[in-house]
Design a protein around this ligand. Structure first.
Ligand code: FES
Ligand code: FES
Length: 161
């Protein structure tokens, strides 16, 4: 039987009817229309579905939607600055050539945002460690790491709703 729950996503409140076993990723994509969160493996292994929950990076493909009530969810759609301007991290990804096919990019951006919120001055090793769960088939990772390092110079909190 479905249950009505309230989700706080990107500073907006959504009421959705979900089953107890419905995954946050599916609710975001299919019921709320926030398709920036990608479905890759669907099994917790690729990072494509990463979102922030209360500021911490989590995999929405292994998170029950009902467990997210009362928490603050941020998806990639919530990263843009007012006026739909890209935030410094998004700009850095473009400037450093860290986006190719783009499928992994939302998850990469969310993992990078999560690590920068926890540690605004990360070492290269810290970035590599924190993003080791995000798989990219195109870029070879180097440019992604460079983009995160560059973005760390700007401070990202302004871009996180
Ligand atoms: S789709 Fe969630 S980790 Fe791959
Ligand atoms: S840019 Fe294509 S998978 Fe990462």
């Amino acid at each position: 039987m479905k249950k009505l729950i309230t989700l706080d996503i990107n500073n907006r409140i959504y009421e959705v009817a979900v089953n107890d076993n419905e995954l946050l990723m599916e609710v975001l994509r299919k019921k709320i229309g926030l398709t920036g969160t990608k479905k890759g493996c669907g099994d917790g292994d690729c990072g494509a579905c990463s979102v922030l929950i209360d500021g911490k990076t989590e995999l929405s493909c292994i998170k029950l939607a009902v467990a997210c009530e009362g928490k603050k969810i941020t998806t990639v759609e919530g990263l843009a600055l007012p006026g739909s301007q890209l935030n410094p991290l998004q700009d850095a990804f473009l400037e450093h050539g860290a986006v190719q096919c783009g499928f992994c990019t939302p998850g990469m951006l969310m993992s990078a945002t999560g690590l920068l919120l926890r540690n605004p001055n990360p070492t290269t090793d810290f970035i590599k460690h924190e993003m080791s769960g995000n798989i990219c088939r195109c870029t070879g990772y180097k440019r992604i790491i460079e983009a995160v390092e560059a973005a760390a110079q700007f401070g990202l909190k302004a871009g996180v709703k």
